[in-house]
Design a protein around this ligand. Structure first.
Ligand SMILES: NC(=O)c1ccc[n+]([C@@H]2O[C@H](COP(=O)([O-])OP(=O)(O)OC[C@H]3O[C@@H](n4cnc5c(N)ncnc54)[C@H](O)[C@@H]3O)[C@@H](O)[C@H]2O)c1
Length: 385
């Protein structure tokens, strides 16, 4: 779709940190379909830097000001705590693209799904992997797979500190630390309430499922649908978990997610095993804009075997996501990643934690080492991946 000839959709960016700077702002700048119409961040120096860089005069530290602005048609939500911003954006009649996760809990997400359904706005969750042409090719081949026997999802990520030289990122240091820590504490309290007293000690693992893991849950749902139930789940420390999910027909799905490795490769894949073929999607580091996802198909070749590896597309998935958002707003496409999917993933994340052995909250919770803000472990910087 070309935006030429049509007025660009005027977007306000709420939360101008890493993902906004690495992906959303450059894409909004380059796509004819959009104009960057406003910036909001808690950091005034970040606003000043990005406002100059992108020539945006409307800058505010209060997202409600942006939402009250008639010059804004749509917002992208890239803050830490999404639910209150999404609720206010829908109420203000703005189209919304919200970064994953949709919210911190399913209870917070349900009213957002209902509000989006009732409002005349487009609301999408930023599951860019669901726009991957390799995933589409995988789904096509899956439709002809005979006798599905097993599913595996593995995501140990890899080093998060290897892409720093690829991009320019500005990080203001003028947000009071107590504002940030109060926000994190508030979210942790809501999460503990959702997990219940017997499992409140799994807050960090639950966040792992919401941050890195929500991509895996979305990809699973987008290719194979939702599981019937969680049969078993196990946490290893605060940075690794294993779950066994039941799919229709007694097909087992093993889900393994972790951070904190120092792998120099990106270790994220989905595999399905049929009677006579294995299909596998191997995902690249999502921060590397044009790295292709590999589709690997192993099957019979006469009386022998073949293995074909296809780097399906070099398209930037974030760019495809934005183009789809424009198409939905212009009535040319039907939302592919509506808020309901974000809710389904939160429900599954909660069910996975509910299947673990009880682990009540510790009296004095220590931040998990991979969430520490001082010198980042190579495995994960801010764990917002
Ligand atoms: N799709 C992906 O692959 C992907 C990758 C990374 C992050 N994310 C998601 O994007 C979100 C942001 O992640 P990040 O890595 O950019 O984090 P970040 O900490 O670098 O940026 C967050 C920014 O939001 C600002 N902010 C926080 N609360 C705010 C508020 N109330 N009003 C205005 N600004 C506010 C902060 O000042 C900060 O600049 C997370 O929810 C994360 O899950 C998605």
């Amino acid at each position: 779709m070309s935006g030429r000839g049509e007025a660009p959709i005027r977007v306000g960016v709420i939360g101008c940190g890493q993902i906004a700077q690495l992906m959303h702002l450059p894409l909004l700048h380059e796509l004819d379909e959009f104009a960057i119409a406003g910036l909001c961040d808690l950091s005034p120096t970040t606003l000043a830097y990005l406002g100059e860089r992108y020539g945006v005069a409307t800058r505010t530290t209060d997202y409600r000001e942006l939402l009250a602005d008639d010059g804004i048609d749509a917002v992208v939500v890239c803050t830490y705590d999404h639910a209150p911003v999404v609720a206010a954006a829908i109420a203000a009649g703005k189209h919304v693209l919200v970064e994953k996760p949709l919210a911190f809990t399913a209870a917070e997400a349900r009213p957002l799904v209902a509000a989006a359904r009732e409002a005349d706005v487009v609301a999408l969750v930023g599951y860019m992997k669901l726009y991957d042409p390799a995933l589409e090719r995988f789904v096509e081949r899956l439709a002809t797979l005979r006798g599905l026997r097993a599913i595996q999802v593995h995501d140990f990520a890899g080093r998060f500190d290897r892409y720093g030289d690829l991009y320019t990122e500005f990080r203001g240091d003028d947000v009071p630390a107590d504002v940030l820590s109060a926000g994190r504490r508030d979210a942790a309290g809501r999460i503990a309430d959702a997990l219940g007293p017997d499992r409140a000690g799994y807050g960090e693992l639950y966040l792992l499922l919401l941050m890195l893991g929500s991509h895996d849950l979305a990809v699973l749902r987008g290719t194979l649908g939702s599981p019937e139930r969680v049969r078993f789940a196990l946490g290893r420390g605060d940075d690794q978990l294993l779950a066994l999910l039941d799919y229709p027909g007694g097909v087992p799905c093993v889900l393994e997610i972790g951070v904190g490795t120092s792998y120099e490769w990106w270790d994220e894949w989905l595999s399905v095993h049929g009677e006579d073929a294995e299909l596998r999607l191997e995902f690249p580091n999502p921060y590397i804009r044009h790295a292709p996802t590999l589709l690997r198909v192993r099957e019979a070749d006469g009386a022998s075997a073949s293995e074909r590896v296809t780097p399906v597309s070099n398209a930037s998935l974030f760019r495809l996501e934005w183009l789809h958002f424009a198409g939905c707003i212009r009535g040319e496409a039907t939302p592919r990643t509506p808020l309901a999917g974000g809710l389904a993933d939160l429900e599954l994340a909660e069910a996975i934690i509910a299947a673990m052995d009880p682990r009540p909250a510790r009296l004095e919770p220590e931040p998990a080492p991979w969430r520490s803000s001082s010198p980042a472990r190579p495995g994960c910087s801010a764990a917002t991946c």
